[in-house]
Design a protein around this ligand. Sequence first.
Ligand SMILES: C[S@@+](CC[C@H](N)C(=O)[O-])C[C@H]1O[C@@H](n2cnc3c(N)ncnc32)[C@H](O)[C@@H]1O
Ligand SMILES: [Zn+2]
Length: 279
Amino acid sequence: MLKKKIDTFIENINHCDKAFICPICKSQLHINNKSLECNSGHCYNISKKGFVVLNEPSSEALYGENLFLSRRNVFSSGYYDNIAEKIISITNKLSFPEAKILDAGCGEGFYTGRIASGISSSICFGIDLSKSAIARATDYNNCIFSVADLSSLPFADSYFDVIVNILTPACYNEFLRVLKPNGVLIKVIPGKNYLKELRNTLSKAYDNDNVLKHAYEAMNIIAQDEISYTLPLNQTNLKDFISMSPLTANLSVKEKELLSQAPINEITIDLIILTCNRK
Ligand SMILES: C[S@@+](CC[C@H](N)C(=O)[O-])C[C@H]1O[C@@H](n2cnc3c(N)ncnc32)[C@H](O)[C@@H]1O
Ligand SMILES: [Zn+2]
């Protein structure tokens, strides 16, 4: 019989019972029946879908259900496989035994799931402020997912060997608090040509100077890798690329429809992967 998601969550968390702290009083959370509880009595139910809500979820205005469904479709079509493989390769080379890994802003969980499969004996956690993203992420049953805010992480100090932070805002102070002293942050940001076929059609340029500057100020950058490739696109993929990106969030349904008729038949993935440790 298929194991229930809630039981998988409890089983996974039993391997790492000191990970979570209470977002209210910051003391350790432990499993009590079907919830996580601290000694002050704050209690967080584990949902039947196999995740726990530790912060008030975000409104779905910018990142909604449709965006995560489209991201899932795009990931399933393999467009980001090279990126996942590169992250796994970087992490494997770090050789942390039984690495504890956090995907901060994991969305629908593609990278978290891939990393958990690609790095043996690792324990992978994914957090995101979107409840619909996390509900979808629990399809990857080898990870521990929660709704949480990356600017106030519900994890113990110095818990993680690696944090990945992919196309998501960073909160370096919090990352440094939960990283072990020798821990590593892998941050992925768009390169200048990322989704350039969509950007050109929308006349939206992208400038990553500020994001890069901020990363270089906060962290010691061990490596900066740029991965860039262009792949063919059919109409269905194009529609998914249009709705998976916050780039098009302000477009009306009609504008999105018009964009999906544009003669775009290839798409460029151009991402910068920063491998960083503390200064
Ligand atoms: C562009 S998506 C990227 C998601 C995932 N890393 C991926 O590549 O598919 C940005 C994600 O950041 C999440 N996010 C934004 N602010 C956040 C915060 N303060 N705490 C946690 N997640 C946040 C959003 O909900 C969204 O899932
Ligand atoms: Zn508490």
